[in-house]
Ligand binder design. Structure first.
Ligand SMILES: [Zn+2]
Length: 212
């Protein structure tokens, strides 16, 4: 669609809004297909000027049609009460970083790895993950709180993704695609770390001298 006149600009705005919604719906499906969320878990958002499009509270990410609302970044907004319960975290990240999209999921190995250490970060073992995320911070905080939002924003100022201990991962991106990709990278890194540690333990046991 060509843009320029007032009526055409209005048409462009509508077309862009439809495109933005369709993009989030498409990537919500990818989140579920890849096992980065289950049932009603996880939430995703995209920056639109001074506001964000965000999945609603209790929505399933593979069924986001009609389940995305627009709220201001500064807040409060009329639709806050039906937005994701992690709205404070999304807002904090948009306020304190240049993020154009924020994704939060509950990858199984992300949860395991975050619980398997008391450290404040993990380092990916595989080169692909390490290329994108040389270090993945682990933050603490109760879900849906301003405290968690603050911790996530601090971590995502320097890193494109972080683990939330016992909970999952949160990422930012210059696009919806990048935020999704970083969440997949975190899960991949944790998947490999878990299985590598297991393989090393089994190998060590097999190489132990047999007792007489
Ligand atoms: Zn969560």
């Amino acid at each position: 669609m060509a843009c320029g006149s007032d009526s055409m600009d209005a048409g462009c705005d509508v077309a862009t809004a439809v495109k933005d919604l369709a993009e989030l719906i498409r990537y919500g499906k990818k989140m579920a297909e890849r096992g980065l969320v289950s049932a009603h878990a996880g939430n995703i958002s995209k920056r639109i000027g001074n506001s964000i499009l965000i999945s609603t509270h209790g929505s399933m990410l593979d069924e986001l049609e009609g389940k995305i609302v627009q709220v201001s970044i500064e807040g409060p907004s009329p639709l806050d009460h039906i937005a994701s319960s992690e709205l404070p975290m999304h807002r904090a990240i948009y306020r304190q970083t240049e993020a154009m999209a924020v994704f939060h999921g509950h990858g199984r190995f992300s949860i395991i790895e975050s619980l398997n250490t008391e450290a404040t970060h993990i380092v990916p073992e595989d080169s692909e993950s390490a290329h994108y995320l040389p270090l993945i911070p682990i933050i603490d905080g109760k879900f849906g709180t301003e405290e968690l939002g603050h911790a996530a924003a601090m971590a995502l100022k320097e890193h494109r993704g972080a683990l939330i201990r016992g909970h999952g991962g949160v990422t930012r991106g210059n696009s919806v695609e990048e935020a999704y990709a970083m969440l997949a990278v975190i899960e991949q890194a944790c998947h490999i770390r878990y299985h590598l540690a297991l393989a090393q333990m089994l190998s060590h046991r097999c190489n132990e001298p047999r007792r007489p």
